[in-house]
Every structure is written in structure tokens, then in C-alpha cells.
Design a protein around this ligand. Structure first.
Ligand SMILES: Cc1cc2nc3c(=O)[nH]c(=O)nc-3n(C[C@H](O)[C@H](O)[C@H](O)COP(=O)(O)O)c2cc1C
Length: 223
């Protein structure tokens, strides 16, 4: 088959995959709370209650020195009035990117509920104590892996990594209070938080909270 024929078949196959299968929940923005944290926690609780997979996984988008975007999935570590928290190694690409451009976006998607939440704002690293507490709450293997400080570097020889990991694990087991000083608990303090409720008929409902000097303003958006 020609490239064009194959492309057409692929496009038609993609078009045929169902999206927003439902049944999807209703969202009444006029009844939304004043604080986006409350609404976020209610949507997250719905995802947990319905046993959706990895409900606290989110995409963190950053930009590098050249202004090129980058994105990856991380786990949500906490949410409060200060913002949304995630953790990672300061020497990783995302760590470098956040050091150069301390601003980011977070995106949650719960497909079974047709719900998306988007946040944008400045990112600040945690205090040494916050970072250490987060690090020490990780499993021994996760701590050993972080201590290698080589995340996202080229891996020429998996055996070299396995040996290094074994050594780091022995170190962690010998000294359980050992902390990697580059491990960082970041907080994204959103300037805006959007709640997006999908609908089968494509008339999606969108509500954006924008931070103002007097608190949060709530604005409806066209879908
Ligand atoms: C479900 C899921 C959860 C993840 N959680 C984390 C996390 O909490 N912290 C982290 O550094 N990487 C996490 N990762 C790995 C990242 O997606 C990414 O591969 C890694 O952080 C390297 O990213 P970087 O090269 O952009 O720095 C997770 C991946 C998945 C799929």
C-alpha cells in the first residue's frame, strides 16, 4: 500500500477510537467553591473512590535553556494553600530546567471521568528539611536510585547501573538517615487553575480560576 493509503487508514483508525466513553459526571461551575484546592481535592477523591489507575499522576511541563518545552509524568506529593507539590532530583533534566526557568504547568487527566485539570505558575524548591523528609519517606531502592544522580543520562551498560545500584542500596541500608542533598520537593503555586469537564456531545464545561490580589476569580471558558 502507498504511504498515502497507509496514512489514510491510520487516520481513519484513529478517528474510530472512542473518546469520552462515559457515562460522564455533570459539572455545575456556578456551584464551584471559591477555592480551587477544594474543587481539585473533590475531583481527585472522585477518581480515588472510583478506583481509577494512578489518580495522582500528572504531567509536569517545563522549558529548557533554549526555550524548548519538555514534559513528563510525575506523582503528586501534596496540595495545600501554598500549591501543588512534586518531587524529583535537582540534577535531572527537569531539575536543571526548573533552576533556569522556575515556572511550569501541571496537567491531570482522569479519562473515565472525562476530566482534566490544568495549572500554571511559578515553582519553588522546598526547604532543606522538607526535601529531606520527602527523601526519607521514599523506599530504600528509590533512595538508592536517587543517590546515583544519573537520571536521564545515556545508559551504555545496564550491568554498570545494577552494580552502582547495589552499592548505593548497601549504603542506604547501612545509613538509613542518609539524604541526597539534591533531592527536591517542589511547589507549583498556580496563577491559574482550569477545571475541564468533557461531555459526549463535545459541549465541554470549562471553569478557570485566576489568582487576583483579592483572591480567586472564577471565569467560564468557551469549549
Ligand atoms: C506514573 C509515573 C510516575 C512517576 N513519578 C515520578 C516522580 O514522582 N518523580 C520523578 O522524578 N519521576 C517520576 N516518574 C518518571 C518521570 O516521568 C521521568 O521519566 C523522570 O523524572 C526523568 O524526567 P526528566 O528527564 O525530564 O528529568 C514517573 C513516571 C511515571 C510514568
Amino acid at each position: 500500500m502507498s504511504d498515502r493509503g497507509q496514512g489514510d487508514r491510520l487516520r481513519s483508525w484513529l478517528r474510530g477510537i472512542e473518546v469520552f466513553a462515559g457515562p460522564l459526571p455533570d459539572f455545575a461551575p456556578e456551584q464551584a467553591p471559591e477555592d480551587p484546592v477544594r474543587l481539585f481535592l473533590s475531583w481527585l477523591s472522585d477518581a480515588v473512590a472510583d478506583r481509577l489507575r494512578d489518580p495522582h499522576a500528572m504531567t509536569l511541563s517545563t522549558v529548557d535553556e533554549a526555550g524548548d518545552p519538555d514534559a513528563r509524568v510525575l506523582i503528586l506529593k501534596g496540595v495545600d494553600g501554598g500549591g501543588w507539590q512534586f518531587a524529583g532530583h535537582g540534577f535531572s533534566p527537569k531539575g536543571h530546567q526548573l533552576a533556569v526557568h522556575p515556572r511550569a504547568a501541571l496537567t491531570f487527566y482522569w479519562p473515565e471521568h472525562g476530566r482534566q485539570v490544568r495549572l500554571r505558575g511559578p515553582v519553588t524548591p522546598g526547604s532543606a528539611q522538607d526535601n529531606a523528609e520527602d527523601f526519607l519517606a521514599r523506599s530504600a531502592t528509590a533512595r538508592a536510585e536517587a543517590l546515583l544522580a544519573r537520571q536521564s543520562q545515556y545508559l551504555a551498560d545496564p550491568a554498570e547501573r545494577d552494580q552502582a545500584l547495589e552499592k548505593a542500596l548497601a549504603m542506604v541500608e547501612k545509613e538509613p538517615s542518609l539524604v541526597d542533598s539534591a533531592w527536591t520537593l517542589y511547589t507549583l503555586s498556580p496563577m491559574e487553575v482550569e477545571f475541564w469537564q468533557g461531555a459526549k456531545n463535545r459541549v465541554h464545561t470549562r471553569l478557570r480560576y485566576e489568582r487576583t490580589p483579592n483572591g480567586w476569580e472564577r471565569l467560564r471558558l468557551w469549549s
